[in-house]
Write a protein that binds this ligand. Sequence first.
Ligand code: NAD
Length: 262
Amino acid sequence: MTPRTPFAAAHAAPLDLGGRTALVTGAAGGIGRACAQRLAASGAKVRAVDRDPEGLAALAEETDGVEPVVLDLTDLDAAEAAAAGCDILVNNAGLQLVRPIEQFPPDVFHTVLTVMLEAPFRLVRGALPHMYEQGWGRIVNVSSVHGLRASAFKSAYVAAKHGLEGLSKTAALEGAPHGVTSNCVNPGYVRTPLVERQIADQAAAHGIPEERVLSEIMLQDSALKRLIEPAEVAEAVAYLCSPAASFMTGASLVLDGGWTAH
Ligand code: NAD
């Protein structure tokens, strides 16, 4: 792992989300947890959704304004119902499996698409009536550089993220007359458990030792040779919820250290 880059709360832009309710999926883990904390610190009430009860309990214990909602997003009806009444929706939950297509288990492909594309659709569907009624809403989809570029051995993930980009842009067009914006944030590799878990799989798929995965695979295309921190991604999410971003919709806010500059 590259050395941690300091990103203190002192760098966070002032933002007042008092009176707003935000729903963040995947809030027990890396980026989602950082987003929940960032939005709560700005005064939002945060519905923290995850299938991991312990992770949610730990988050709620150390963060005021967080309501834990234990939910497996493959339960699509429950996901849609959970989004009713929220003002800000952060679609973040995700999972990854690194395998060549011919060895990729079809059931895992199905689950990845369900959690990372179909559940966001259902959450948006559940959130929009209230957002439209009040004439204000913010949808932020945590996409990836893999929403814009493919990498070998990540068929389900790349397909889901490219689909999420399309869903986000469609929601932007439909939401615009109702005061609802929809955007993606597109990080490169973030220092989270999802990335740590991937290192062994990447080593096996590429046939190299684990210690070479970070420099030779993960950061190969990044001009900035470090992982981005979850708090930096959360800051981009907060920006998209701020008045400064009110004209930004249908966009993909790229935080990839220069990857897509190639
Ligand atoms: P993570 O594994 O640390 O956290 C993901 C969270 O999603 C976990 O808490 C997990 O319990 C939850 N989750 C997974 N499946 C779920 C389900 N069926 N129902 C409810 N919750 C479920 O991962 P992360 O790195 O924080 O990733 C968050 C998002 O950021 C994902 O969409 C991921 O694709 C995206 N992203 C991550 C990176 C990265 O390098 N880590 C880069 C770009 C984009």
